[in-house]
Design a protein around this ligand. Structure first.
Ligand SMILES: Nc1ncnc2c1ncn2[C@@H]1O[C@H](COP(=O)(O)OP(=O)(O)OP(=O)(O)O)[C@@H](O)[C@H]1O
Ligand SMILES: [Mg+2]
Length: 243
């Protein structure tokens, strides 16, 4: 499994260089923690990789193909799934339908009519079980608790059975038991050698799941390497941990 290579990527908003001439490599088949202070460009980087934003300059290389902009069709072909920091559920649809929508949005076939409904049902049931929401499948998304919404958001990524998962703060605001649940989901992805990028502010958690860390500061690379080494780095401690 190839990883993602970012070359001189830049995104400027007004006077803010959110991602600033950034060149990094994200290993394939491993879990990378993407960390850095608030506003350091983590979400912007995910938005650039998933084509939600167009870079001002620079390129993104995935599976050996080089892009200066990724469109939704390409995203589907590259089998990239993501979750959003602020969530992207449809409040007025059921849990089931939010999951089915994630299949619909990301299927590469010309029409959903070409999807075998029994295989869709199977994927749906399997995903509901994984995220522990089977008993809530008919509830409207708006009637779920915050933690259940986060799990559903994860489910929307998992049901796509992608090769690359970009997870923007999947643990934030969760209770201990829900954190365990998400940890298990990510551990399972790791076992199947998916490429995973996780944005997270809790260093204890990121140390548990990440094989490697990339630290951003003001849109630039501050440090990268194994979690134990990176978290001991003085400039990382000063910029991020404030010590
Ligand atoms: N759409 C936008 N328009 C204008 N400025 C933006 C936009 N998106 C991000 N920014 C700015 O770019 C910088 C990087 O933001 P980004 O959301 O990528 O940071 P982050 O590292 O994800 O932060 P956090 O940890 O708080 O989620 C910030 O200064 C932010 O205000
Ligand atoms: Mg963010």
């Amino acid at each position: 499994m190839n990883g993602i290579k970012i070359n001189h990527l830049t995104k400027v908003f007004g006077g803010v260089r959110a991602v600033d001439d950034l060149s990094i490599s994200i290993a394939g088949g491993a879990a990378t923690g993407l960390i850095g202070p608030n506003g350091s460009g983590k979400t912007t980087l995910m938005n650039l990789i998933t084509g939600l934003l167009k870079p001002d300059c620079g390129t993104i290389e995935i599976d050996g193909e080089i892009f200066d902009n990724i469109n939704p069709q390409k995203l589907r072909d590259l089998r990239i799934a993501r979750t959003f920091q602020d969530g992207r559920l449809v409040d007025q649809l059921s849990v089931d339908d939010n999951l089915l929508l994630a299949i619909a949005e990301n299927d590469t076939r010309k029409s959903l009519l070409q999807i075998n409904t029994s295989s869709m049902q199977e994927r749906l049931d399997k995903t509901l079980k994984k995220i522990g929401l089977t008993a809530h499948r008919e509830k409207m998304a708006e009637d779920l608790s915050y933690g259940q919404r986060k799990l559903l958001e994860m489910g929307r990524a998992l049901i796509q059975d992608a090769d690359i998962y970009l997870l923007d703060e999947p643990f934030s605001g969760l209770f201990a038991r829900q954190i365990e649940n998400v940890l298990k989901l990510i551990t399972d992805l790791k076992k199947s050698e998916k490429t995973i990028v996780i944005i997270e502010h809790n260093m204890g958690l990121i140390k548990q799941v990440a094989d490697k860390l990339i630290v951003l500061d003001h849109g630039q690379l501050l440090a990268s390497g194994s979690p134990n080494v990176v978290l001991k780095n003085k400039s990382v401690q000063q910029a991020y941990l404030g010590v």
